[in-house]
Write a protein that binds this ligand. Sequence first.
Ligand SMILES: Cc1ncc(C[n+]2csc(CCOP(=O)(O)OP(=O)(O)O)c2C)c(N)n1
Length: 281
Amino acid sequence: MDQAAVPVTLTPKDYKSGLKPVWCPGCGDFAVLNAITKALAFAGLPREEVALISGIGCSSRIAAYTSVYGFHGVHGRALALASGLKAARPDLTVLVAGGDGDGLSIGGNHFIHACRRNMDMTYIIMDNEVYGMTKGQASPTTPMDWDHSKLTPHGPGVRPFKPAALALAAGAPWIARAYSGNPNQMAKLIAEAVAHPGFSFLHVMSQCITFCPEQTDWKAIVDERAEPALSDADEAARLFLHESGFQTGLLYCEQRPTWPPAGAAIVDQDALAGLAASFRV
Ligand SMILES: Cc1ncc(C[n+]2csc(CCOP(=O)(O)OP(=O)(O)O)c2C)c(N)n1
């Protein structure tokens, strides 16, 4: 048999770049890296058919730690980059990852429009409720009374976002939540997210014990959802507005036409090939 025709079975380790993460000991982002590589191995995706796009922040460094194509982008612009990539290369499996600051503050506008646009990609927010990389300022998901930052010594005093509710209101058709303390469930959800045709949003509660040591308490309040995912947006709205924010599992799933519509080319492939050729020496 032709050697080239023998399918190669990749293990989770094969999807790691070998670079040692600079994350602090105990950071929840290690679990996200492990879950992504596990999910990719489970899906059996060739590395050259996957791209992981990120923004800026501790969590966004994840792109460098995998062996798939990667782009460590600009703060808050990962979804814009990923949308352009998916438009030009619809054949690629596109994963996008970053922090709560990256995705919900400076990148918030891109987030809501990515939800409603429904391009086929998976977006993972690694939510540690803080700006980790810049040393612990309040983010859009920081509790109102969190008083550990010198910038907001009495707490930010602003209601935190509910990312799942925001995603639902903006039109995301697939919404799940995972916790860094349960990487197996997270890997399963990432594999499901990748298989879902459309925009899939995975909200990961990923602890930052350096700036928020109290987040070790999350393990006591995380609640794995036993019921099947909701498909009714009204019911999901009730759930997302009133839940604790620590319910994990696939929470909401509906089928909706993806963008661009099947058969509609939004990128002139000839022009793109010409552009690519102009960069070759
Ligand atoms: C346009 C721009 N604004 C601000 C910054 C500074 N900055 C770098 S990382 C970061 C916050 C990262 O927080 P988050 O996205 O929650 O990720 P984490 O580090 O917690 O994983 C900020 C404000 C930047 N790099 N670029």
